[in-house]
Design a protein around this ligand. Structure first.
Ligand code: COI
Length: 389
């Protein structure tokens, strides 16, 4: 049974459920099909499956595609009440009313955090409390109850441990953990839903961008905007993401890695990239857009700011005119999913600007320090790393 399921799992991996282009072209394999197949072939696999299964995963070729894992975590509560008790269950489809608040009015938030494996085998999370706080802030904005910080962190730990066999070996990637909070109760007129669901699932991931480790090639968008003043750009609302898909698809079709958005009022200041925050370096001073309501308060963003200041760099959080970005020495992006990644080129109004890449980048120094703290090579003075076993 184990050998057969290992073989099927590697087949599922081969079809790369998260990739838009199947490796066999004509064969499309949806994540739902993969999930159902896994459940059908492994009805009784528990979270401590043996090494035979572990080796069936090709840890050397992890991208950012969904690879369904064994367990998910769910906790529910009614409007005007608090979350109390959640539970783990097998990963699978959930049941939702067609009139659920999240489906009809987008009353939903998501988070992203990662579990890592150290060389000594220990498992850890990185600043999960920051994701909990951000979810609480978002929930307040979207009129939803939210889990307490303790409930959130405990649920993330439980999900990581239940899926521990999916946490890649050190240096090969991480287990991306995706907490969701949604209005799951039925509603017809525009109002907060009557019931809420907090759900966490996970997937092993490697490098986010298809270009691998190559410096990013960004396109500055001046037609579509990601966020507006007074809107939801500063929280991790699900409604911030589908509206950028058109700009993203257009840019990718033209060979760009991602899109950088401008402020929606004057179209003069840079904001953020579809999937991450942005920094520029000029004369060894770092600058990044201030989190004034339209910029997501990235956990990697603030961690890199703290690390840069510790290393003696001046860091400015402020409005940044696009022209200033175009004259920077170095540009890089930060995010949980993307990590810290240098930008090689930016195109704006038909003009292409190239940035410093290669070795001895400021971003490389900052990222190495971050990874050093995470892996234990550098002292974790701020208590960012949370060991979970
Ligand atoms: C993350 O970095 O965790 C995100 O949520 C970005 C997402 C677009 C993959």
């Amino acid at each position: 049974m184990i050998r057969r399921s290992a073989h099927l799992r590697s087949l599922i991996r081969y079809f790369d459920v998260g990739s838009s282009v199947s490796k066999l072209g004509a064969y499309k394999f949806s994540s739902r099909a993969a999930s159902s197949l896994l459940q059908a072939i492994e009805p009784s696999t528990d979270s401590s499956a043996n090494d035979d299964e572990k080796t069936a995963i090709d840890w050397n070729n992890l991208g950012f595609g969904l690879m369904p894992t064994d367990y998910m975590y769910t906790m529910k509560c009614f409007k005007d009440e608090n979350f109390t008790q959640g539970q783990l269950s097998r990963y699978g489809n959930i049941e939702l009313s067609p009139s659920a608040g999240v489906l009809n009015y987008g009353q939903g938030l998501f988070e992203g955090t990662k579990a890592y494996r150290r060389g000594n085998g220990h498992l850890f999370l990185f600043r999960p409390d920051q994701n909990a706080i951000r979810m609480q802030n978002g929930a307040e904005r979207m009129c939803m109850p939210s889990p307490s910080i303790e409930q959130f962190v405990d649920a993330v730990k439980q999900t990581a441990l239940a899926n521990r066999r999916w946490i890649p070996p050190p240096g090969k990637g991480s287990l991306y953990i995706r907490p969701l909070l949604m209005g799951s109760g039925p509603i017809l007129g525009l109002a907060p839903a009557s019931e809420y669901t907090f759900l966490i699932y996970a997937s092993p991931v490697g490098i986010y961008f298809k270009e691998g480790l190559a410096p990013l090639n960004l396109y500055i968008e001046d037609e579509f905007h990601r966020a507006s003043c007074g809107g939801a750009g500063g929280i991790k609302s699900i409604t911030n993401y589908a509206p950028v898909l058109k700009a993203l698809r257009r840019a990718k079709e033209r060979g760009f890695s991602d899109v950088l958005y401008l402020d929606s009022v004057n179209k003069t200041n840079i904001e953020e990239v579809s999937s991450c925050n942005i920094f520029l370096v000029k004369d060894n001073v770092l600058s990044t857009p201030a989190t004034n309501g339209t910029i997501l308060k990235g956990v990697t963003r603030i961690s890199i700011i703290d690390i840069a200041r510790d290393l003696g760099y001046q860091v400015e959080e402020r409005s940044i005119p696009v022209e200033e970005l175009l004259s920077a020495d170095e540009v890089f992006c930060t995010g949980t999913a993307v990590g810290v990644v240098p930008v090689g080129r930016i195109t704006y109004e038909g003009r292409r600007v190239e940035y410093r890449t290669g070795s001895r980048l400021v971003s490389q120094e900052l990222y190495s320090t971050l990874v050093g703290i995470q892996t234990g090579l550098i002292e974790d003075k701020r208590g960012w790393v949370v060991e979970i076993d």
